[in-house]
Design a protein around this ligand. Structure first.
Ligand code: ATP
Ligand code: MG
Length: 847
């Protein structure tokens, strides 16, 4: 059985014997003049200048084994590592290339000979994919490739036409072309079992291992394809996948190329490969990432917070993380094993062996300190339905726990993560650090609240307008100031319901300040106002406008109804994954893998509205958490509940722990309407909806549109019922003018609609071929013009040009192609003049 080393060498020798020059691998870092990717992601990449004709290639045909890394940027496969049988981040890509030498036929013949005779794969198990064509590019299916595969002996039923995946391009414009891939059928036991499982399916049954790219076009900015001056071939055969199919093993990690590394992981951790899912994944990730980090460091990339360095850091940290899950705590020693496994083929590993160990060790030690705390924190979130953006943020910002890990680990235990909210917070965080290490706004508000030395009492559940004391202030500059009220009606952003809007009025002077932000600090709060003329100790009126608070409450209560309705319609697996309650609309994210059907959506909407019409009282009460649990109240994501919790109860329908503001009866919500329903990635959906005034406006707008459509439909129906005018018979013979063997027919037709006029011009053109036909007609005070020319005539005078010139005479405009053009006008009186001008133009051209 062939080994990894034998396949690597055998490939190069095979192509060398067939006229290819051996070229060494480029380092993982792309050449300086190629900023398109962080790392080399394909064997062809170092050869780009040859394909683009910018530099002379070392030979017309070359063969290489290129180190590639698909991690970071749009080419990343990092998250797939461990999950599938076939993805690595670092891998070796074998490739044969032709720069204007051989093309499709030969490339297919060579590849076929290699896989069947050198790799000795069972031809019965081989499939090929080809490009199915693209109407947008006026490109048909790749018949040349199809025939080439048929010729070497693949039966038609094992040649699969695929779309996008089988068209390759460097960028939006430039060299591109169809590609054709070879797949190996590993057998049903590796598959998803679906009826339509074929090459191209995401599962692990059909393994793509050899891709032939036929670079033959230049994609122009106007989306047309022009043939390239030279036709090129660029191929990639993944060494790990090739070995996997030759050796007929379960995954790339079971090949001899990973043997030492995999054995070491098992011995070092004491956990067998394949013991359970966590172990399987951990072993694979460690084996892959061990290689990736070693090669990165050997090629000069070390951990940092940016660009390549960040990817290097992420790879080491991910390895450490997975190591920890199987009790392996000296990941840095992996480097030595990788050197042993691959040092013969890649001497740079031996050369940098010490450095690899030192760099990984340093990064690992730094990471472990924070990781221990982060993992504990992460594990504490295990009981929740979902992980909130705020929790993910704390994990990342405080514990250095990368978001990708949070998502990955949370996914394994079925928890969705509010990544949107996380990114929002991260963005704010970055802005603060960019501003030069200043304190974040939140931090500043917290410090201020602490030094004020008392707690503001939130009275917003009962009141939206209070007379109170402005007990502490702190100028922020730029016209804003921090403030603490004794009693506050302002609801502070709780990650779910947005902060209230509102204002402060100075009882003494009448000065007004507008609320800019409300920070939640545990059960305390700090506010930011914009305005002047306020000092600590002032008596103030604090007001939340009812026009803001009321719709917010309606939306919040509606969110609870929606949550319960979704569970009723879709099932109990529906869990809240995030939400945003605002005055103008509400957003609700929940775990569910499929789009809602029209019927499901309608049922959800109907249930919510029914609950509104039932005018159910909404009660809130505070109770010990054990009691709330007993009542079956839904515990929401992200909240750290204290001993006492607040329950919002919509009698007999919904019970949730919630600190938000709510209406007193569901009737106050008014109509409820879903705006959109869409995916927000990894098993979660998002509904946006409106209530009360916004919902009325939406529904009213919809019924207006419907009314318009109904009126239009009526008109169309009436038109359709009208008896059709008898078809006009036109006597044209008298109007035909013969010019240089061509017939010119230019005439006015009695009232006719534009489409019938066009049809008539077609008939005349055919009957009197070769003919140039120009017809004009007046209909209800307007003019229609059509010019319809025989193709031969169109080469001498363009119908488009004629129409462009005569349309302005009748007060209109229009144009078209050389053989057909149409226009309208508003000046029927001038039609004869326009037709005369057409006669002149055609006669001048044809005479
Ligand atoms: P897939 O769809 O399976 O991810 P791909 O379409 O991304 O593959 P190509 O970009 O065509 O693959 O790369 C050429 C060859 O490189 C593939 O045929 C395969 O043998 C190998 N290859 C690609 N990605 C990986 C990977 N993540 N790990 C190992 N080998 C890979
Ligand atoms: Mg891929």
């Amino acid at each position: 059985m062939q080994t990894t080393a034998e396949l690597r060498e055998g490939f190069q020798r095979f192509y060398e014997e067939r006229g290819h020059k051996r070229v060494p691998s480029h380092p993982l870092v792309p050449p300086a003049d190629d900023p398109s990717t962080l790392f080399i992601v394909a064997g062809m990449q170092p050869f780009k200048p040859y394909f683009l004709g910018l530099r002379e290639p070392p030979a017309k045909c070359v063969v290489s084994v290129q180190k590639v890394l698909r991690a970071g940027g749009k080419d990343t496969d990092l998250e797939d590592v461990g999950r599938t049988d076939r993805h690595c981040s670092f891998f070796e890509m074998l490739g044969n290339f032709s720069f204007g030498d051989y093309f499709k036929d030969r490339a297919v013949e060579l590849a076929w000979e290699f896989v069947t005779e050198h790799m000795k794969l069972d031809a019965e198990r081989l499939w090929a994919t080809v490009h199915e064509g693209d109407p947008a590019l006026e490109l048909g299916e790749d018949t040349v490739a199809i025939e080439a595969w048929q010729r070497v002996g693949i039966p038609t039923e094992r040649i699969v036409r695929l779309g996008k995946d089988n068209f390759w391009q460097v960028a939006e414009t430039g060299p591109c072309g169809p590609c054709s891939e070879i797949f190996y059928d590993r057998g049903e036991e590796h598959g998803c079992g679906r009826d339509d499982c074929r090459p191209g399916c995401e599962c692990d049954r059909y393994m793509e291992f050899y891709n032939l790219v036929f670079m033959q076009y230049d994609l122009k900015p106007d989306h047309t394809l022009e043939p390239l001056p030279a036709e090129n071939v660029d191929t990639g055969l993944g060494l790990e996948r090739g070995t996997c199919v030759i050796q007929d093993v379960g995954s790339v990690f079971d090949t001899d190329g990973f043997r030492l590394v995999m054995d070491w992981v098992a011995a070092e951790s004491g956990v067998g490969y394949g013991e359970d899912l966590v172990a399987t994944k951990a072993h694979r990730v460690l084996a892959d990432h061990g290689r990736a980090m070693s090669f990165l460091i050997a090629d000069g990339v070390t951990p940092s917070n940016e660009g390549r360095g960040y990817i290097c850091r992420r790879i080491i940290r991910r390895a450490v993380q997975h190591g920890q899950r199987i009790g392996l705590d000296r990941v840095y020693r992996l480097g030595g094993v990788v050197v042993e496994q691959m040092g013969d083929a890649y001497p740079e590993l031996r050369e940098h062996a010490e450095e690899i160990e030192r760099v990984v060790r340093l990064e690992e030690e730094r990471f472990r300190e924070t990781l221990a705390r982060g993992t504990k924190e992460f594990d504490e979130l295990a009981g929740k339905d979902a992980i909130s953006g705020d929790d993910a943020f704390v994990l990342a910002a405080t514990y250095g726990f990368p978001i990708e890990l949070t998502v990955e680990l949370a996914e394994e235990r079925g928890q969705p993560v509010d990544v949107d909210r996380f990114r929002e917070l991260m963005e704010g965080h970055r802005e603060v650090s960019r501003a030069g290490g200043e304190k974040s706004d939140l931090q500043r508000a917290a410090d201020f609240a602490q030094s004020a030395g008392f707690r503001s009492e939130f009275v917003g559940y009962e009141k939206t307008d209070v007379l109170t004391e402005l007990a502490a202030t702190d100028e922020l500059g730029d016209g804003t100031f921090l403030a603490k009220l004794r009693e506050s009606p302002f609801y502070p952003d709780g990650g779910e319901q947005v902060s209230d809007a509102g204002e402060l009025v100075n009882e003494r002077s009448g000065a007004v300040a507008v609320l800019r932000a409300a920070y939640r600090l545990g059960d305390d709060q700090a506010l930011v106002f914009e305005g002047a003329g306020f000092a600590a100790g002032d008596r103030v009126r604090a007001v939340v406008p009812w026009s803001v608070r009321f719709p917010t409450m309606a939306n919040h209560t509606a969110t609870h109804l929606l949550h319960a309705a979704l569970r009723e319609v879709l099932g109990d697996h529906v869990k809240q994954a995030g939400s945003a309650v605002r005055p103008d609309k509400l957003r609700f994210d929940f775990s569910h893998t499929q789009p809602l059907s029209a019927d499901e959506r309608e049922r959800v909407e109907r249930i919510v509205n029914e609950k509104v019409f039932e005018a159910i009282p909404v009660r809130t009460f505070v109770t010990p958490i054990a009691e709330a649990r007993k009542l079956g109240a839904m515990m929401l994501f992200g909240e750290k509940y204290g001993e006492e919790v607040r329950v919002v109860e919509i009698d007999g329908f919904s019970r949730e722990l919630c600190g938000g503001t709510h209406v007193r009866s569901t009737a106050e919500i008014g109509p409820f309407a879903i705006l959109t329903e869409a995916s927000v990635g990894s098993g979660a959906r998002r509904i946006e909806a409106v209530t009360s005034g916004e919902a009325w406006a939406l529904l009213h707008g919809r019924s207006r549109e419907l009314e318009d459509v109904r009126v239009e439909l009526e008109q169309v129906r009436r038109e359709a019922k009208k008896p059709k005018k008898p078809e006009q018979t036109v006597d044209v013979d008298a109007d035909i003018v013969v010019l240089d063997g061509n017939n010119m027919i230019v005439m006015e037709i009695k009232s006719m609609d534009a489409d019938t006029l066009l049809a008539l011009s077609d008939r005349l053109k055919q009957r009197s071929a070769p003919a140039a036909v120009v017809l004009g007609t007046r209909e209800d005070g307007t003019v229609h013009l059509v010019a319809n020319f025989d193709d031969g005539i169109a080469k001498r005078v363009s119908a488009g040009d004629v129409v462009k010139e005569i349309a302005p005479i009748v007060g209109g405009g229009g144009g078209g192609r050389p053989n057909m053009a149409r226009a309208g006008g508003k000046d029927p009186e001038k039609l004869p003049e326009a037709l005369d001008r057409a006669r002149e133009l055609i006669a001048a051209a044809l005479r």
